[in-house]
Write a protein that binds this ligand. Structure first.
Ligand code: GCO
Ligand code: MG
Length: 404
């Protein structure tokens, strides 16, 4: 079998998604997600200009070899654009191999290690009462764990909380210029323990609660927050410091027993070396889509398993159902699965990408369709073309740019 055709499909059924579709000379197709939120077209160019011309004629069964060929062959290693492009090829090849075998992908990864995958959903509110309603809703939907984010008194817009316009309509992240949010670390550090206290008082001690600090704290601020949250026993504190500096987590770890999750902006195992070998985190957060695919993420999970660190694959709405399907199959197969982030996609996206994975009462299952189990409706995709978009940026009260 040989790869006969490779196409890059860009669609925006509510937000942009980039998908690689490979077709073999035997007519088997494979899909891979290459979506890099806010920088989508860079990956499209990387794929169409530099990768697609190399693919035709290759044996699709040689997944490891193709991965190494694209990674080492580029000479310029790592980086989100490169690794998203390689991820799309890798997942499309796994899709083809599993379809050729007539098996769902998880079977090729060692088979099921569990019956279903526990997820966490996002709850948010501009203030605490609104957050409590949102938590109630997630619990009613069956989510076994909930991430809690709120607005901060005095700040008009912060990460994780839907922004609404004067008519009360949700303002989406899609903007022709980045939306400017504002930030005040002191206000955040004062407010967040009170948020946990309110949620625990309302819903009790039993519900796993997560929180995302979105890279905004210094190590000592993160240590303080971790310590202040300890009485409320968070399931994890996510991305407490900017991810580039692995050593920062030594300081955080020294001061708190709050479990730490990190890595959604990482794209190779090297970003994790210190974090894993020194046991500075508890969950690895990388997405299949941004980490070079199933092949390297599986290796990362096996490495992390030696240190009792678990998986928590990044699963925001900007990972397409193709990337989500790959995540569900991988999570189903590895022993050290931790939890899967899952918010689902809008109805139109679910039509563009029909998928075999199911979400029932807060738990995911990959389904039994051969491959990753996703079908792309290319006509519908074409009817919703790319839209220029940016993620927001953050500024402090004095106007200084801060980590978003
Ligand atoms: C998460 C993430 C996302 C990112 C988004 C950027 O924990 O799910 O922090 O919300 O901000 O994926 O594109
Ligand atoms: Mg996050």
């Amino acid at each position: 079998m040989r790869i006969a055709d490779a196409q890059v499909v860009v669609t925006s059924p509510g937000r942009n998604f980039v998908t690689l579709k490979l077709t073999t000379d035997e007519g088997i197709t494979g899909l891979g997600d290459a979506t890099l939120n806010g920088r989508e077209l860079a990956v499209v160019s990387y794929l169409t200009d530099h990768v697609v011309p190399l693919l035709t004629g290759l044996d699709p069964h040689r997944i490891e070899d193709t991965w190494q060929y694209l990674y080492r062959g580029a000479y310029w290693r790592r980086g989100p654009v490169t690794m998203a492009a390689i991820a799309a090829v890798d997942v499309a090849l796994w899709d083809i191999k599993a379809k050729a075998a007539g098996l769902p992908l998880y079977q090729l990864l060692g088979g099921a290690s569990r019956d279903r995958l526990a997820t966490y959903g996002h709850a948010n509110g501009r203030d605490i009462p609104e957050l409590l309603d949102s938590v109630r809703q997630r619990l009613a939907e069956g989510y076994p764990a909930v991430r809690i984010q709120t607005g901060i008194p005095g700040l008009k817009a912060v990460y994780g909380v839907h922004t609404t316009d004067e008519q009360g309509e949700r303002v989406l992240h899609q903007q022709i210029r980045p939306l400017v949010e504002d930030w005040d670390t002191d206000a955040y550090l004062r407010h967040t323990p009170a948020v946990f206290e309110a949620v625990r008082a309302e819903f009790g001690a039993g519900i796993p609660l997560l929180h995302d600090a979105h890279h905004r704290l210094t190590p000592i601020q993160a240590a303080r927050l971790g310590k202040d949250l300890e009485p409320y026993r968070p399931f994890w504190l996510e991305d407490c410091t900017p991810a580039e500096n692995q050593e920062a987590l030594r300081l955080v770890r020294r001061h708190t027993t709050t479990p730490l999750a990190l890595g959604e902006v990482f794209n190779t195992v090297y970003d994790y070396q210190t974090l894993i070998t020194e046991q500075l985190i508890d969950y690895v957060r990388s997405a299949v889509t941004h980490f070079g695919g199933v092949t390297p993420l599986r290796k990362l999970f096996d490495f992390a398993a030696q240190y009792q660190i678990k998986s928590a694959i990044h699963g925001p709405e900007d990972i397409s159902p193709v990337g989500m399907a790959a995540a569900v199959h991988l999570g189903f197969a590895v022993h050290n699965f931790g939890i899967q982030e899952y918010s689902g996609h809008n109805a139109l996206t679910e039509e563009v990408f029909r998928h075999a994975y199911t979400f029932t009462d807060g738990f995911l299952h990959p389904g039994e369709a051969p491959g990753i189990g996703v079908e792309l409706d290319e006509k519908l995709a074409a009817a919703h073309p790319y839209e220029q978009t940016y993620l927001p940026v953050n500024r402090l009260r004095d106007g200084t740019v801060h980590d978003w």
